[in-house]
Design a protein around this ligand. Structure first.
Ligand SMILES: *Cc1c(COP(=O)(O)O)cnc(C)c1O
Length: 354
């Protein structure tokens, strides 16, 4: 009989460190401003859609492996070809599919830093190398991108944890310099001044560019797990071979379809969050924080007197959870834009601390 032997694991798995998601306390009255969830509920249409699916004969059968209804709804909401959409069990699933499809063992991946930490984990699982290129002091790309030969390049735009954006012309410049595809991770794209979706509108089918989106943040569906990629239809056909056949379940497909069909509700939510973001930025400034201007649903900040560790721990004692993040040369706290009452309580706690 085979031994249950830890040494039988692939070396790349043994050697890697696990991706650590933000804390997810499951009980207690915690003000949770650490993982960029939406403070508002999803569109009421989502709940109706899920209830409908529950009362019909849907759970007994497998879901549509391609998510056809979602693709039609998303195509119409975003003005793009439904055939350019690939569905995923959260956009993290999409990022995994892309890595598996494009990056050979010992291949090369690249991204900017500080950014989303999962890219590094995906490279480790794939046994690939990842090069993390520092952003400039103003959170832009270096004039010459040093790894054009990468098999896959990720750019979170808006970026996390900074909330900053790389301008469209810079993205074009980067994409044109690369041999492999550029993945623009637009997890926060709905909160920003601009996004890359226009590249796929009016029948355009760019090659070499892949956009990823999630329903977790702007659509308030982090608990449902649904994300998608937008890419050239010929690429989508290949990527379908790599994904699990049924990577999205019936309920998530129903929820995502209802949510993306309600663009009016989405815009309302985003407008509220941006108003609160502006207010929080201003108030933090008055309290001695240095805040990076954000185009996402969070703010990245440091304090002139207090360390990020101190702020994180003291806020935690006050039952307010923010995200403490440490990168070489960059340490700070990332605060999710909560509801107005939540942000009032955060400011109250901070006024006592600083
Ligand atoms: C939250 C986030 C994701 C993942 O979203 P899920 O759809 O919940 O998996 C991807 N990229 C970035 C930059 C994120 O912040």
């Amino acid at each position: 009989m085979a031994k249950l032997n830890r040494d039988s694991l692939r070396k790349s798995v043994l050697d890697m460190s696990a991706y650590t998601p933000g804390e997810q306390p499951q009980e207690g009255s915690i003000i949770k401003l650490n993982t960029n969830e939406n403070p508002y509920p999803p569109s009421p249409r989502v709940v109706d859609a899920i209830k409908n699916a529950l009362t019909s004969d849907r759970l007994r059968k497998y879901p549509d492996p391609l998510g056809t209804n979602f693709k039609i709804a998303a195509g119409s909401a975003l003005g793009i070809d439904p055939d350019s959409i690939l569905i995923g069990n959260g956009s993290d699933d999409i990022l995994t599919i892309l890595t598996r499809a494009f990056v050979p063992e010992s291949g090369l991946m690249a991204s900017a830093t500080p950014s989303y930490l999962l890219y590094k984990t995906l490279a480790a699982i794939q046994n690939a190398k990842i090069e993390l290129v520092p952003f400039t002091a103003t959170w832009q790309l270096p004039p010459v991108w040093p790894f054009p030969e990468a098999n896959l390049t990720f750019l979170a735009n808006p970026n996390s944890p900074s909330g900053t954006m790389v301008e469209a012309t810079e993205i074009d410049r980067l994409a044109q310099s690369l041999k492999g595809p550029l993945v623009i991770d637009e997890a926060y794209g709905d909160f920003a001044r601009h996004n890359a979706m226009g590249r796929f509108q009016n029948g355009a089918q760019p090659e070499g560019l892949i956009i990823t989106r999630t329903m977790s943040k702007s659509y308030a569906l982090a608990g449902i797990r649904f994300g998608f990629a937008v890419a050239h239809p010929s690429l989508v056909r290949e990527l379908i071979k790599v994904k699990d056949s049924y990577n999205c379940d019936v309920l998530s497909l129903e929820a995502a379809t209802a949510a993306i069909s309600d663009q009016a509700y989405l815009k309302e939510c985003i407008a509220k969050i941006i108003t609160t973001r502006t207010r929080l930025h201003l108030e933090l400034g008055k309290l001695g924080f240095k805040v990076t201007p954000s185009e996402a649903n969070f703010l990245w900040c440091t304090h002139e007197k207090h360390s990020p560790d101190f702020l994180y721990l003291e806020l935690k004692k006050a039952n307010i959870l923010v995200r403490l993040m440490k990168y070489p040369g960059h340490e700070g706290i990332r605060i999710t834009i909560g509801s107005d009452p939540e942000i009032d309580l955060l400011l109250q706690a901070l006024r006592k601390l600083v």
